[in-house]
Design a binder for this molecule. Structure first.
Ligand SMILES: [Mg+2]
Length: 275
């Protein structure tokens, strides 16, 4: 049994794979790590200030966090639409979900821009804001000649900017999918279907990497193999237990904390090693 990754599905298909799908935030980039605290914090604050919550802070935080994380991977406005339902359920009068999205992005971007500045000025290198060894796994996959696809619920402009700053974008060429201007119709499910139809692949030939429920569900829907990336925040190491639990429940076949053992992992997934 390999020790570098956790196998949840003992019957997982081992490749070769003909396309690989990556999520961006939390899977390659750590620039937006900490976003759940910003989003959940904003929602809890709104419910509190509107006197719409009778729960303790801890209960309220837990409740909001559950629905926010269950929708991780969808465009932000989808999470806000769910929040609107919550406000209505509690007898409040919600704003438009797009208004909540703007408020959230304002808060998040204050943090993200500081990180952009650090990267743009060269005070920190890309390596410090990617999941460990992200560049190595992309390079390994490129060497195998397998086309790589990037799909993110974050807006396209930010993905392009952050992907360049982190030097991970080139590996994907034109295969970068994200919502333009927060387009709420964007879905990772459609990206998966597009990959299969344009390349003429069977679902089982698709390999996915992601830290979110949505991409995990979508890759498993078509019968692909999903590696759950239970990544930690920058400076921390090891499996993030909350992410691991969500990815396990969503049907991930394997769990890794990062790509430190990418060489062994890909060798095993491609059926080149027996252990
Ligand atoms: Mg993610």
């Amino acid at each position: 049994m390999p020790s570098s990754f956790e196998i949840l599905n003992p019957n997982v298909r081992r490749g070769p794979f003909r396309a690989v799908l990556f999520d961006f935030d939390g899977t390659l980039s750590l620039i937006r790590e900490g976003w759940p605290r910003v989003m959940v914090g904003m929602m809890v604050e709104i419910l509190r200030n509107s006197h719409l919550a009778g729960e303790s802070d801890e209960e309220l935080w837990g409740l909001v966090e559950r629905f926010v994380m269950a929708l991780n991977g969808h465009p932000t406005v989808v999470q806000m639409a769910r929040f609107v339902e919550e406000v209505k359920l509690r007898g409040g009068t919600p704003d438009d979900p797009r208004e909540y999205s703007r408020g959230y992005l304002d808060r998040l971007m204050r943090v993200v821009r500081q990180r952009w500045d650090l990267l743009e000025s060269g005070r920190v290198g890309p390596v410090e804001w990617v999941v460990p060894e992200a560049h190595a796994i992309l390079q390994n996959l490129q060497g195998r000649g397998v086309p790589l696809f990037l799909a993110s619920g974050t807006d396209m402009e930010s993905i392009r900017h952050e992907g360049q700053l982190l030097r991970v974008l080139d590996a994907f060429g034109e295969h970068v999918y994200a919502p333009d201007d927060g387009d709420p119709t964007f879905s990772k499910g459609q990206v998966v279907d597009t990959i299969l139809s344009t390349l003429g692949l069977r679902g089982e030939e698709l390999l996915g990497f992601g830290d979110g429920v949505v991409e995990t569900t979508e890759v498993k829907r078509v019968g692909g193999v999903m590696v759950g990336v239970a990544s930690a925040e920058p400076g921390q190491t090891g499996v993030n237990p909350d992410k691991r639990a969500r990815l396990t429940a969503a049907g991930a076949d394997l769990i890794i904390p990062d790509y430190a053992r990418q060489h062994e992992l890909l060798g095993w997934l491609w059926g080149e090693t027996t252990q």
